[in-house]
Design a protein around this ligand. Sequence first.
Ligand code: IPE
Ligand code: IPE
Ligand code: MG
Length: 251
Amino acid sequence: MTAPPATAGAPVPRHLAVIMDGNGRWAQRRRRPRAIGHRAGARAVNRVIDFCLERGIGALTLFAFSSENWGRPEEEVGALMKLFLNALEREVDELDRRGVRVRFIGERGPFAEPIRARMAAAEAQTLRNERLHLAIAASYGGRQDIAAAARALAVEVAAGRLRPEQVDEAAVGARMALADLPSPDLFIRTGGDHRVSNFLLWQLAYTELWFTETLWPDVDAGVLQQALDDYAGRERRFGLTSAQIGAETTP
Ligand code: IPE
Ligand code: IPE
Ligand code: MG
């Protein structure tokens, strides 16, 4: 009898959040324009989606473009927008066929109308899918997300629909992006930097963090499995003691 894989029976994250970093360096190492790295990065997006579908991970949030990335050179932003539009045109039918629900988090306003229209169409087309909830963070910032929730609460208080003392963690959380999903269990950042770069600030409060030197375009199932194996060996205590956690899981 062959030994079961090391991960047999190990908990799989319900929600994986990824900062896909390192496209530019991947291209620079090949003496190619940064846009080539972004194109290679788009192929790695398909690999991480395949991986989640295979492993039964129910939610995947990908940081595709931060609110700060608008400040990059015009040529690079233009190339990214073109890629984005191409991906929306090419991939959505296949995602839909595979049971993926697609949504976008972040500010829509700064995007050109054809992109906004495609985003809305992709969301509408895949709305009823349940196998994998895919959230693409585009023109997204964690602080912006918190500020938007605060603004929504202020509007409700000003209108008399909510009392100030009702503004608690649950009320804020309910108005943040991804409020309908469990918080990310596992966060992966590729590209070697150890920072959150204004990704899901609120939602990552108790997420397990995993970093790799691998540049995003080089990511494959092997790298993703390393992250899952590491995650499976961690003890999530949520502020409690180890003994308490043990007591909770013992029948
Ligand atoms: C991540 O790769 C993709 C985006 C931010 C859009 P980068 O473009 O940041 O790649 P590096 O970090 O410069 O290598
Ligand atoms: C974070 O990467 C944003 C995305 C991957 C979309 P950046 O490359 O923008 O982050 P910094 O600038 O290194 O913090
Ligand atoms: Mg980067």
